[in-house]
Every structure is written in C-alpha cells, then in structure tokens.
Design a protein around this ligand. Structure first.
Ligand code: RP5
Length: 173
C-alpha cells in the first residue's frame, strides 16, 4: 500500500459516520490516506504530536472533523504548516451545528482553516485530493474523471426532464 498523503482525524468515534465520507471519496480517487481519532480536549498531547509529525511523515493535507466546541481543526492548524480542512460535525452536543461551524470557521488572522459545510466530509475529501492533485498528475486526472461524471449525471437529468417532463419522476444523485 502507498504511503498516506492525506490525514483524516476526528474528535471522537461518534464523528466517524460523517467523516467516513471523506475516506470513501479519497479511496475512489485513489489518494492514499490515514484515518484516526485525535481529540483536542481529551487527548491534547496526542493532538500536538500528530500535528507536529504530520509533515515529516509525508502528509500533504489534513482533514479534521469535530462537533460542538470544535477546536481540533484550528488547534492543528496552529501547529502545522500543512493546509488544514475543517469539517464541522453536527454532533450530539451540537446546537443545530452552528457551534461547530463557527468554531471552525471564525479563525483569527494568520491561522486559516479551509472550512467546508456542516457534515461536508465528502467535499473535504475532494478538496484534499485537489491539494494533492496540484502536484500529482495521476490524482489530478482522477479528479478530472470525477468532474466529467458529475457533468454527465446532470446532462442525463436534463435529457430525462426534457423527454418525460417534470412529472416524469425523480432521478437520484
Ligand atoms: C467533539 O465532541 C467530537 O468531535 C464530537 O463531535 C463531539 C461529541 O463527542 P462524543 O461525546 O460523542 O465523544 O469533541
């Protein structure tokens, strides 16, 4: 197996349901990744160690997901120079998800976290692949294929709606 170039971390096992979507798309795009649990609040030393070692072990981007008082992405970004993509998770301790979104989004100047939508782990995976793909032609052509499929799917829907009309039934995405 090739060496991981993307690190997926999350604050709790309970985030895995959402965060597994990042893993699934990276697998589809053939981007080697690693996935583990790192809690900013419950395992702070592990978080510092993970962020400190991430670059030297060959990662090119980190996807960090957390819910509620979601400090993991921002704290990891404060330690590493790698790009950090934050996934706000609508967790059991989350007030409608807004706490997770704002905790990850509203970073101070100098310490950016590329924040995706609430539960947006799939887009986080795609964005990480795009970061890797900027200097890896294999990944970039996988992404181009992926975008072609997206376009074709919409074109199918257009054809269907033009053929069958708006009452003609739904097409799934
Ligand atoms: C956050 O608190 C985690 O990222 C998770 O989203 C949330 C709840 O964690 P558990 O109490 O389910 O472990 O730190």
């Amino acid at each position: 197996m090739s060496k991981a170039v993307v690190g997926i971390i999350m604050g709790s096992q309970s985030d895995l349901n959402v965060m597994s979507e990042a893993a699934a798309i990276l697998e589809e795009l053939k981007v080697p990744f690693e996935l583990t649990i790192v809690s900013a609040h419950r395992t702070p030393h592990r978080m510092v160690e993970y962020a400190e070692k991430a670059k030297e072990k060959g990662l090119k981007a980190i996807i960090a997901g957390a819910g509620g008082a979601a400090h993991l992405p921002g704290m990891v970004a404060s330690i590493t120079t790698l790009p950090v993509i934050g996934v706000p998770v609508k967790s059991s301790n989350s007030i409608d998800g807004w706490d997770s979104v704002l905790s990850i989004l509203q970073m101070p100047g100098g310490v950016p976290v590329a924040t995706v939508a609430l539960n947006g782990a799939k887009n986080a995976g795609i964005l990480a692949a795009q970061i890797v793909g900027a200097s890896d032609d294999k990944v970039s052509s996988k992404l181009a294929e992926y975008k072609t499929k997206l376009r074709e799917k919409v074109e199918e829907s257009i054809e269907k709606i033009e053929r069958d009309g708006w009452k003609g039934g739904k097409i799934g995405f």
